[in-house]
Design a protein around this ligand. Structure first.
Ligand SMILES: [Zn+2]
Length: 119
């Protein structure tokens, strides 16, 4: 995975996407329901389509949350060398959850090697 893809810690990024899909799903379902009020009979078809889209979006959000939960169990706990707060990182390269400093476990990618402070 491209290390520049994530702008914040991967765990936070997954939580954000989970939230986005939840809100989009609920928003679409509300819009679909509102369609019945505005367009009557024709709105029911639109509402049905919107409901399906909303359900898919909610299912994706559940999957994202579930995946984030699975990932966080395998996350590495460490103390951030920049802000010295305990953070979690996924994979070999991730950002600090607080100060968003790039952290890596790969010595080849590290720009400097602070003394290890494992929590
Ligand atoms: Zn930090």
């Amino acid at each position: 995975m491209n290390k520049f893809f994530f702008k914040s810690a991967k765990i936070n990024e997954f939580r954000l996407w989970g939230l986005v899909f939840t809100l989009v799903g609920m928003g679409v379902m509300i819009l679909g329901t509102a369609g019945i009020v505005f367009w009557g009979q024709a709105g029911k078809i639109i509402a049905a389509i919107f409901m399906v889209i909303g359900m898919i979006s909610l299912l994706i959000s559940v999957a994202v949350y579930f995946w984030a939960g699975m990932m966080s169990t395998s996350a590495t706990m460490l103390q951030c060398p920049e802000c010295s707060r305990p953070t979690k990182m996924l994979g070999k390269t991730d950002r600090c959850m607080y100060c968003k400093t790039m952290l890596t476990l790969d010595p080849a990618q590290a720009t400097h090697n602070p003394t290890e402070q494992q929590v």
